[in-house]
Design a protein around this ligand. Sequence first.
Ligand code: ZN
Ligand code: ZN
Length: 71
Amino acid sequence: MGLFHREKTECDECHARFGNYDHLVEHAKDAHKHHVVKCGMCGKQFLHEKDRLHHVKDEKEKKVDARRHKF
Ligand SMILES: [Zn+2]
Ligand SMILES: [Zn+2]
């Protein structure tokens, strides 16, 4: 279920809604000068450290999965 968790796509500051999390991040940076944190592995940007940690955890789990399924 981890991969299907619903990403938050509503702006905390002005409550605008976006089609995906990346658009929300771009908006928060441009409109509100929001500080972002980056994933060291893929460069994806996040509004909160906890979002990044969640993503990094997902990425690690995906890697473990790939290894398990490899012959
Ligand atoms: Zn906003
Ligand atoms: Zn990443």
